[in-house]
Design a protein around this ligand. Structure first.
Ligand code: PXP
Length: 249
């Protein structure tokens, strides 16, 4: 009997608010500790090249002080690889990164970037860091991830969530089928399936009905909800949504 997807909480936007004033508060480490106390299974943090939210010392403090797995989101660059090898997080999620984007806009180009990505995945894996590739829900991307020996993929749910929030039901249904097929294909190939980006209570519940999905990584919505109901309550409600979705799997 499988279990409901784990909930990874992304605390980047606590750092976004902190950095707006240039001081120390609110502290993303405090958010991580509180998220874990409320039921988060892991903490995700993205150290971007421009350090716009999470900073190097946040990563070091998170690794030293949280008792649950740290999922380090990173671009495939030599600098980030050095930091990952030094920090030794439980997991590293490789994401594409453009300086001008507001958030991670698309999945990694695992097909075109296959040879470039290969040594990053090999080095991280040699250091016992579980590599996940953030990909579009396409069969070609899943096959490329398999040929790169990635143990985990994270399916990009951003487009699907956008279609739902704009009431574009046909496009949403079509994108959901792509997510479903990609999840099935990855699981058939022995790759663990995660999903994330843009999820809220409603979409987290819907996606949790796909039995292949083992983990969801959720940030922006939860940190926004925390303004109104507090972080504990937002995380607990998210946990309930995930469990309710899984019960329908
Ligand atoms: N997963 C990945 C790989 C991401 O890049 C992000 C955004 O940083 C998330 C999950 C979380 O997305 P959101 O903040 O929209 O919940």
């Amino acid at each position: 009997m499988s279990s409901p997807p784990r909930l990874g909480v992304n605390i980047d936007h606590v750092a976004t608010v902190r950095n707006a004033r240039g001081g120390l508060l609110p502290d993303p480490l405090r958010a991580a500790l509180q998220a874990i106390a409320a039921g988060a299974d892991s903490i995700t943090a993205h150290l971007r090249e421009d350090r716009r939210h999470i900073r190097d010392d946040d990563i070091a403090r998170l690794k030293a002080q949280i008792k649950k797995p740290l999922n380090f989101e990173m671009a495939a660059t030599d600098q980030m690889l050095d930091i990952a090898l030094k920090t030794k997080p439980h997991a590293a999620c490789l994401v594409p990164e453009k300086r001008t984007e507001r958030t991670t806009e698309g999945g990694l180009d695992v097909v075109g970037g296959h040879d470039y990505l290969k040594p990053f995945i090999a080095e991280l894996s040699r250091a016992n860091i579980r590599v996940s590739l953030f990909v579009e829900p396409s069969i070609a991307a899943i096959e490329a991830a398999h040929s790169l020996s990635a143990p985990v993929i994270e399916l990009h749910t951003g487009a699907w969530c956008d279609y739902i929030s704009h009431g574009q039901t046909d496009k949403a249904e079509n994108e959901f089928q792509r997510l479903r097929h990609a999840a099935v294909k990855a699981a058939e190939l022995g790759i663990e399936v995660h999903a994330g980006h843009g999820l809220d209570y409603h979409t987290a519940e819907l996606i949790s009905a796909l039995p292949q999905i083992k983990e969801l990584n959720i940030g922006h919505f939860l940190i926004g909800e925390a303004i109104f109901v507090g972080l504990d309550a937002a995380i607990k409600q998210m946990r309930d949504a995930i469990d309710a979705g899984f019960a329908k799997a």
